[in-house]
Design a binder for this molecule. Structure first.
Ligand code: DNO
Length: 362
């Protein structure tokens, strides 16, 4: 397991590279050029400058999250061809700076969705919260206004350009079914995977968050069966998944550890975090510790360990603790605690496997 940490870039993140370097076992940052619009090519000079900046701190940039797809690709419009060409060029450019994994998603219009970014937990910390009934009854424009209340934060999937086009996008998706989305994903992968393979970059799709349809828009990367289907669309090791325990874990029918066991060789990147589910379908993000939420993080890490997982992993969202001012879900403290929890489980499993001390200096 190769630990990495999401970083939004200088001036765009409250966490510094120096701090990230001090979290035990973190070897690289998970990053993106957030100012580049979906569909545009990422220029090599920008990538080289970013690499130099990060490497100064002894960290690598091998995992990108995300290279977002232009909506025309998801909609299967004829104009997708030029955006797919740009995507291929971006893959080639990323290979030039040593990138090994590209995380992306295929969710129409929106990326992850929550109804409250600062919901208080019983210990006084705050965390991302999703109220199912609220979303079910919500006009999506209301959610957009809510995000606009936090102008300092550019959330992936919520770029201003996309939001301005919201009503147009809803109209465009009106008749798009899940099967259409599958066909459009297949078309994209058939074009992209050969280029990814040639450039030794694994494509790793992120599950839909939450893994069900919202606002009547189709969502397809939602459960084990569909992940199996995705992997077969183009049956090649370069077509993989970012297995996100928090996204998939909010559906109680999803057993994430079972998915790890089934798809281990097709998971180049793991997102590991916990979430607490309520009977009415609401959920809140908790600490990574298994007993704090509904997802068996111990069993998930055990499944990775059993399978000799050598891919990248990152803690996912954290709570906001100790008065930290940060991007919602992306503070330093709770994610660093999450990492230590994951290492704790991993190291004790390693200790058992080896049958001898795991301490480097003993
Ligand atoms: C949320 C993230 C997602 C993820 C994208 C990948 O915190 O896990 O926004 O980056 O869905 O494309």
């Amino acid at each position: 397991m190769r630990m990495v940490f999401r970083w939004y870039g200088e001036g765009n993140d409250s966490v510094t590279l120096k701090q990230i370097k001090q979290i035990p076992g973190v070897e690289g940052v998970v990053w993106a050029l957030h100012d580049i619009h979906a569909g545009e090519e990422w220029p090599v000079d920008r990538l080289l400058a970013f690499k130099e900046q990060v490497e100064k701190y002894g960290l690598h940039i091998e995992v990108v999250e995300s290279v977002n797809l232009h909506e025309d690709i998801k909609l299967g419009r004829p104009t997708r061809d030029k955006y797919i060409e740009n995507y291929k060029r971006t893959i080639e450019n990323l290979a030039k700076v040593g990138v090994k994994v590209i995380c992306y998603n295929f969710m129409p219009v929106f990326d992850w969705i929550r109804t409250d970014l600062y919901k208080e937990l019983e210990d006084g910390s705050t965390a991302l919260f999703y109220e199912k009934a609220k979303v079910a009854n919500m006009d999506p424009m209301e959610l957009v206004r809510k995000i606009a209340d936090y102008p300092d934060f550019t959330m992936p999937g919520w770029e201003p350009v996309r939001l301005q086009r919201l009503s147009e996008l809803f109209a465009a998706y009106k008749d798009v079914t899940e099967e259409d989305l599958w066909n459009n994903l297949k078309f994209f992968l058939e074009q992209i995977i050969p280029i990814a393979e040639l450039n030794d970059i694994k494509m790793a799709i992120h599950p839909d968050d939450p893994p069900w349809s919202i606002f009547g828009l189709p969502r397809i990367i939602t459960n084990k069966e569909n992940i199996g289907r995705l992997l077969k669309l183009v049956d090649n090791p370069y077509n993989g998944v970012t297995l996100c325990s928090g996204s998939l874990g909010v559906n109680p029918n999803n057993n994430v550890a079972e998915m790890v066991r089934e798809f281990a060789d097709r998971i180049p990147f793991a997102h590991i975090r916990n979430v607490r589910l309520y009977e009415n379908g609401d959920f809140i993000e908790t600490s990574h510790r298994a007993c704090d939420g509904s997802v068996d993080i111990c069993d998930i890490v055990k499944a990775y360990h059993e399978n000799g997982f050598t891919g990248y992993a990152r803690p996912d969202h954290g709570r906001h603790i100790w008065n930290e001012q940060c991007r919602p879900g992306y503070g330093l403290y709770d994610r660093a605690l999450g990492i230590m929890y994951l290492w704790g489980i991993w190291d004790s499993l390693e200790r058992q496997r080896k049958g001898k001390s795991y301490a480097a200096h003993s």
